[in-house]
Design a protein around this ligand. Sequence first.
Ligand SMILES: Cc1cc2nc3c(=O)[nH]c(=O)nc-3n(C[C@H](O)[C@H](O)[C@H](O)COP(=O)(O)O)c2cc1C
Length: 184
Amino acid sequence: MKKTLVVLAHPSIEKRSLANKIIIEKIRTLEGVKIKNLYQEYPSFQFNIETEQAALTEAGSIVFQFPFYWYSIPGILKEWMDQVLKHGFAFGSTGDKLKGKQFLVSTTIGGPADAYREGGSNNFPINDLLKPLQQMANLTGMKYNTPLVSHSMIYVPGVYNKKEEVEQRAKDHAQRLYDYIAAS
Ligand SMILES: Cc1cc2nc3c(=O)[nH]c(=O)nc-3n(C[C@H](O)[C@H](O)[C@H](O)COP(=O)(O)O)c2cc1C
């Protein structure tokens, strides 16, 4: 099994997460998996670039795990990309440190699948909204695997979804991610 770096971007995995917490707890037990909790390690968004680049270099497989926010990645993950994936490291004529690695987007999405299509309330298919990450993988030479996506993952009592149903979907997602990492 390849060493896997899971870059986790959730603002409060302990106190305000249902879905991502279940997913992270499941994969935490896998050998060779390093989980980098960005909001916990870097609350002021000032990354240690050397540490982050070393963690990426060591890994054979990189996973971005996050709740889908405003049709995109959470802000800290974008800032981490901006600071860490530098020219000469991740891209450019000598920037080949990510080349050949496996890359997976693993995300939980509040809205239902049916909303994410042309004519649906969110207009665009999820794979279209994830294209900046796909192109980041292309530019850096990583292999872009089919994203792991789960819908209807928001739980607001009496408003959105039933807790047990969201929990079950999160467990299913966790198992799919576990199997992906174990097979890598
Ligand atoms: C700031 C914020 C922005 C969100 N934006 C979206 C969105 O654009 N589309 C969507 O379907 N759900 C959106 N959601 C719902 C989250 O995707 C959902 O609550 C999350 O995936 C559940 O994971 P968790 O239980 O680990 O927090 C948003 C939630 C928050 C807090």
